[in-house]
Design a protein around this ligand. Structure first.
Ligand code: GLA
Length: 385
C-alpha cells in the first residue's frame, strides 16, 4: 500500500506525475554519536518513511507541496535564491543546490509532492529521508547515475552546508542503503558496510516516541561535536590519531589525561566506549546472542545519559521501564537525543504487552500518550512501480 496515489499529484499540480519514489526513516540499534568520530554505527532503515511524486516543468523553477503540511500550500523556489527560508522546502532545495554544485545541474525545473508517515521531529530521521528522497527523485527524473552511497553523502553535505546541522553520515546512509530484514554495520571512517540479519522470529524492534523534542537539540548537537574535536586535538598533541574511535578503550584510558577539560574527556570516553560496544554488539548478533546484544544497548543508554549528556527525563523513564520487563532484551535512547525515541528489543510474541505496559506507565508519569511503533527493518530509498 502506497501513501500517495496519482490523483494526489493531479489535484495539486493539475497534471500527471512522471516518477514515484520512497525513502525510509531509520532507527539506530546501537552506536550513537560515533559517526562524526570515525566509529561504527548499527542502524536499520524502517518501514516508515516519505514518498514523493514528481514531474519536470519547463520554467526552471521548483514547486514543493507536502500533504503533511497542506496549509503551507505550494512553495515556489528557484536555484538562484538563498536555500534557507525557514520552511520545510529548505531540505529539498538544499539537496538540489548540492547536486548542482557537484555537477548534477537540473536541465529544467520540477514539481514535487511529498507525503510521509514518519513522525516529525521524533529522531527517526525525517530530514535525512527527505534529503535522500530528493536525491533519488533528481536521479530518476534525469537518469543521473549516482550510487546510493553517493546520494547519502550528498544528502549529508546538504544538511551540513545549507541547513546548518553538522550531522554525521549515519542517517542518510541508512535511508539510502537499507536492506529488508537487516541492520547495517557501518564503519563511518572507511564507509565499509556489512549487512547483519535481524531474526524477527526471535526479537522485534519496537520504537517508543516520547513525543517531546527539546528546543536546544540542534545547537547542543553541534556543541557535542565541537567538544569531541577539542578532545581529539588534545589527544593528538600526545599521539597522532585519525579519530577518537580509532582508540581502543585501554588506549584511551592511558591517554585520556591529555584532554584538559573534564567535560570533553567524558564526551570522548563515550565515543570510544560506544564504538567498542557497537563492535561487540555486532559480534553478539552474529553468534545469535540477543541477550548480550540487549545488555550492550542498556550500557549504551547509560553512557549517553552520563558521559554524553544527551538524554532527558522522558527517555530515561522509558528506558528504565523497559529494563524492568522480563521479555525486553535491551532498551536505549536512539539517535541524537534531547527527546525523540527509545529503541527496544522485545522477545517475539510480547510486543502487545510491551506497548500496553509502557503506554500506561508513561501516561501515569507524564500525563501524555507515547506512540509505540513495531517496525520492520526495510529497504533503502528507491523508485516505486
Ligand atoms: C543524529 C545525526 C547522526 C548521528 C546521530 C547520533 O541523528 O544526524 O549523524 O550523529 O544523531 O548518533
Amino acid at each position: 500500500m502506497h501513501i500517495l496515489s496519482g490523483s494526489d499529484f493531479l489535484a495539486v499540480f493539475g497534471r500527471r506525475h512522471s516518477l514515484h519514489c520512497f525513502a525510509p526513516g531509520r532507527v539506530n540499534l546501537i552506536g550513537d554519536h560515533t559517526d562524526y568520530n570515525g566509529g561504527r554505527v548499527f542502524p536499520c532503515a524502517i518501514n516508515l518513511g516519505i514518498e514523493c511524486m514528481a514531474a519536470p516543468r519547463s520554467d526552471g523553477r521548483f514547486g514543493f507541496y507536502s500533504a503533511n503540511f497542506p496549509k503551507a500550500g505550494v512553495s515556489e523556489r528557484s536555484l538562484n535564491e538563498p536555500v534557507r527560508s525557514g520552511g520545510w522546502s529548505d531540505y529539498p532545495m538544499a539537496v538540489i543546490r548540492t547536486f548542482s554544485r557537484f555537477g548534477y545541474v537540473p536541465p529544467s525545473g520540477a514539481d514535487f509532492l511529498f507525503k510521509g508517515n514518519l513522525p516529525d521531529g521524533a529522531g527517526l530521521s525525517s530530514s535525512a529521508a527527505l534529503e535522500v528522497l530528493t536525491g533519488s527523485v533528481l536521479c530518476g527524473l534525469w537518469n543521473w547515475s549516482v550510487t546510493p552511497q553517493q546520494n547519502a553523502v550528498l544528502g549529508q553535505f546538504a544538511e551540513n552546508r545549507f541547513i546548518g546541522v553538522n550531522c554525521g553520515i549515519m542517517d542518510q546512509f541508512a535511508s539510502a542503503m537499507g536492506r529488508k530484514g537487516h541492520a547495517l554495520l557501518l564503519d563511518t571512517y572507511t564507509l565499509d558496510l556489512e549487512y547483519a540479519p535481524i531474526d524477527s522470529s526471535r526479537a522485534s524492534v519496537v520504537i517508543v516516541n516520547t513525543g517531546v523534542k527539546h528546543s536546544l537539540a540542534s545547537s547542543a548537537y553541534n556543541t557535542r561535536r565541537r567538544e569531541c574535536e577539542t578532545a581529539l586535538a588534545n589527544l593528538c598533541e600526545r599521539r597522532k590519531i585519525p579519530s577518537l574511535c580509532s582508540l581502543r578503550k585501554e588506549e584511551f584510558a592511558a591517554l585520556s589525561d591529555s584532554i584538559s577539560d573534564e567535560t570533553c574527556r567524558r564526551r570522548a570516553r563515550h565515543a570510544v566506549s560506544e564504538n567498542s560496544r557497537t563492535i561487540a554488539a555486532a559480534d553478539a548478533l552474529r553468534k545469535g546472542d540477543i541477550a548480550q546484544f540487549g545488555a550492550l544497548m542498556n550500557e549504551s543508554h547509560l553512557s549517553l545519559r552520563d558521559d554524553y549528556e544527551v538524554s532527558c527525563d522522558e527517555l530515561d523513564f522509558l528506558a528504565s521501564c523497559a529494563w524492568e520487563l522480563p521479555y525486553v532484551y535491551g532498551a536505549r535512547m536512539t539517535g541524537g537525543g534531547f527527546g525523540g525515541c527509545t529503541v527496544n528489543l522485545v522477545k517475539h510474541g510480547n510486543e502487545g504487552d510491551f506497548a500496553a505496559c509502557i503506554k500506561d506507565a508513561y501516561r501515569k508519569k507524564f500525563g501524555i500518550e507515547c506512540a509505540v511503533y513495531n517496525v520492520i527493518p526495510g529497504e533503502g530509498a528507491g523508485i516505486l512501480q
